[in-house]
Design a protein around this ligand. Sequence first.
Ligand code: ADP
Ligand code: ZN
Length: 731
Amino acid sequence: MSGQEFFHQGDRVAVLTAQPLDRLLDYRAPEGGCFRGAYVEVPLGPRKVLGVIWGPGGGDFDSAKLRSVMRVLDVAPMRDEMRQFLSKAADYTLTPMSLMLRLATRAPGLSDPPSMRKVLRLGDKEPDRMTPARAKVLAVMEEFGGMSFTPKELADMAGVTPSVIKGLVAQGGLREEETPRDLPYPILDPERPGKELTEDQATAAAALAAGVESGRYGTTLLKGVTGSGKTEVYLEAVAACLRKGRQALVLLPEIALTAEFLKRVEQRFGATPAEWHSGATMTERRRVWRMLGQGNAQLVIGARSALMLPFRDLGLIIVDEEHDSAYKQEEGVLYNARDMAVLRAVMCSAQVVLASATPSLETWSNAEAGKYKRVDLTARFGTAVLPEMRAVDMRSEDLAPSTWISPTLKQAMHQRMERGEQSLLFLNRRGFAPVTICRACGAQVACDNCDARMVEHRFMKRLMCHQCGETKPVPEVCPSCQVEGKMAPVGPGIERLGEEAAALFPEARIAVLSSDLFGSARALKARIEEIAAGEADIILGTQLVAKGHNFPLLTLVGVIDADLGLQGSDLRAGERTFQLMRQVAGRAGRAERPGEALLQTFQPEHPVIRAILTGDEEEFWRAEAAQRREAGVPPFGRMAGIILSGSDLAQVFDLGNALARNDGPLRQVGAQLFGPAPAPIARVRGRHRVRLLVKAAKGVALQEALSRWVQPFRMKGDLRLSIDIDPQNFF
Ligand code: ADP
Ligand code: ZN
């Protein structure tokens, strides 16, 4: 770590810990000294806690009482670039540094001594007696010159029994060695031939590779319809990055579902990369964390939190499906991984590739403004063509009560059945029915703790609150008017649609894909693979199916309620619907057979529905951008959401009003304040929620004004205040 500041034993150092304190703590450097950035263990009261040497000590703490750093951990120190990234990200999201450090150290056992295991290397002696079995073992060692193996690996590779290995060790032909259990990841080979690219793809790949080779920061929007080969193209950028000896990160929104993706990466580079997501085991996480810091992992495929990993030399970040709302963390530290990826890349001179068929308006307009480069893939690969899209005007369809599949859609499904092709019905609503109503008095069953209706989940025979997860049995007697036997489900959920499809097509094999119907991500993944192999005629899915799965036999997509996302006041409602509908429609016709998408709608003339149907994306974005510019909202203005919550509604509103009365720091920068008002979801888990909204012009130093504004307010009792910069959702 040359170049990093060094502290000698006894020097006063400032340590950042992951404890909820809003300051650094002073200690003395340990025996042997330490570099800035070193991960250490320090005493805090009776405990010992993890920390990072942040710089020279501040000096005002009584030096006689100063305690010593206990020890320096055996992991790569935090690099300057990472320190800067964490500080900037903290400033941007108004998050305390202690919380940022917690995000950056989310691997268990960092302070454990490295656990060791036995491996074998080539010894320096010839065995006294050479046998064919021994020769085989030595040949393997020669072939992989310099590498070490566990006894079992070596026996397997040479095809000999363990006793042969033992014999060779005894004779000095093999040498035993202790090595840390967290082994380096297998080397990836960028020189293996990739798929032969089309001209379009090759041009795009060359542009991305040139960025990587420059060794400088840059962001590129890689836009291409689903199936155009974006993945193939950005894997070439990864190859360029590996050739340069730098590390690469691929972020995916639905990390649990990546078996297919990992297989592709393995085919391209000849070995599996590191994985980082909530489903990874503790051991895997620790290995990824440690090996990245040492430069012994070249490529990570990960969920958004992989951005906080201690890369030694990060040269490329791919954000696949960059428009996906899963990149926004909505709990704890509120950050958008897409934006943080750009920040991190600036800090470490890396390239960012934002890949999407339907980019976010933010990214689209950054490309328009020339801040990002843009590369387009216009055609689907091979013979696959984009599906034909048509509206089914529900005003002129004849539907029986409590049914949602129109005769037009039914007929199209029928055709697919006859041809042995698959149909997909899309409805973004989990459960059986969104509302349970009393037919006697009209009361709806609501959650006791939240401002939300309970959703019936028939497979578990209960009602569930989608806000807090609380469940209760479907009542026999109306809780409101006490009349018995009148409770009835209203509206469709994905489970209910499944019953309707089964009644219409009794002979069909029907698969319902909804995240809550599967015990584990693994079970869901297995089911998806079966379906892709043709083991279903009709697939019903929620949002889950919009994401990247390949169903080659699928040629019809029916959107049950295309108007669903257009309701509500969310500023991104139009954009979201546009993206979701295009993604879902993109599931059809990915192989040789052309696809068709039918959108059931009551408002076929709505501008968003029309844009989806005509497929004129640029026109859609231009119109959407014009509207937002007019309104001064993101990405043409800045916004921050402030959510106040607490168990006492009057107290929460008092705080909101006090904040509103004292908005001087906001007015100084010309920002406008709206509220306080009850949040769209006004009660969650028994806590009342009140919202304020801040709007400012684009160039304003908003975070600074926000912290000056809220800083004087103390949170009494169970009151909480959280600030969401660039809010994605307004709940
Ligand atoms: P996207 O990421 O844009 O949805 P993919 O990269 O997944 O597209 O490509 C869609 C399908 O077409 C994949 O099965 C992929 O392997 C295949 N494909 C794309 N480009 C090529 C190519 N040049 N040669 C062979 N197969 C390709
Ligand atoms: Zn609830």
